[in-house]
Design a protein around this ligand. Sequence first.
Ligand code: CTP
Length: 404
Amino acid sequence: MKLQDKHILLGITGSIAAYKAAILVRLLVKEGAQVKVVMTKLAKEFITPLTMATLSKSPILVDFFDPENGQWNSHVDLGMWADLYLVAPATANTMGKMANGIADNLLLTSYLSAKCPVMIAPAMDLDMFQHPANLRNIEVLKSYGNIIIEPVEGELASGLSGKGRMEEPEVIVEKVVEFFSQKKKLLNKTILVTAGPTYEPIDPVRFIGNFSTGKMGFAIAEKLAEQGANVFLITGPTQLSTQNKSITRVDVQTADEMYENAVKYFSSCDAAIMSAAVADFKPVTKEDHKIKRGKENFQIELVPNKDIAAELGKLKTSKQVLVGFALETNDEFLNAIKKINTKNLDFIVLNSLNDKGAGFGFDTNKITIIDSAEKQYQFNLKSKSNAAVDIVNMLTDVLQKKNN
Ligand code: CTP
């Protein structure tokens, strides 16, 4: 059994292809998967919940709560339970809502809260499929990292013939099996990631900081963990949360605390990715009491913080990989290359603030990776999650080369 104990959440939407979902569930269960089914109201018109509940051996979820007894169907729990969320068949309507964050049924709220990978098997008429709005939605879903199981050409329920038929259940199950059997590329590797800003206290209520949100570093930590790595995530203050059990999170506030922890963990790591926006300076002293107004020409004396990346660069062995970030406003390439040398990096991820959609706070990023031989790899503007995949792929290659 190729899907033994895998938790698969199957989302069924209102398409005539919903009848094939019965075969799909049977095949998934036959391979050992545990399946829970969430249906839209319209899907129930195409295939009965009784059929799906019998095949999946689990009650079908449609509403946010059971009207009989008021029991709440938690989309958050469903999202946490699933190893894979498979939406099959997916109508143009549901894909449009998924692409745009609309959450007006349990299938969609589960999609928004799911932490697991998502596979989508569209089913619709050929003209609907080809409409630019639908094609754009598919591109948006791909940019979120969702896997689209392309529909096939053939006879459609409308009597027309063309691309739009949902892929056959047997093929969908093959793709699910293939997905789970992909070899994780960073098994047994331990990787340090720094993320977020640092806060350098001035007095008990004030600090010097920056606008970093930590999104890029957290996305990298998630992608590393997905590839089987153990991750030490040393993060400055941020609103973000971490769910993955392979990520050990260490919360710090100042650059000094980040430095101490980075040095402590680095010797047991195979690589480190320095994505934190570390404050370069700190006040010489932290006042014990809140500084009062009324002073003229008030000055704060600053001293440089340790350059954490450069310190790890000095400690780095020939087998360890060190990756830095450079956020530049001008002379981007020259500055980035300088940083590769001064910090002894294996490669650097360059963000230019001149690129729209790149930098602090955005959910997107446009990166260029420059390696120690000054070779450049340019990537398009994409979600931070997908940019993290590019960075992790590059790290994997460099790690392999260094350790062969
Ligand atoms: N970095 C670090 N510790 C610091 C400063 C920076 O570890 N005290 C790391 C960052 O996490 C990043 C890289 O060094 O990976 C480059 O950071 P950046 O702020 O762009 O460069 P700086 O070295 O601070 O140089 P400058 O601010 O003069 O551009």
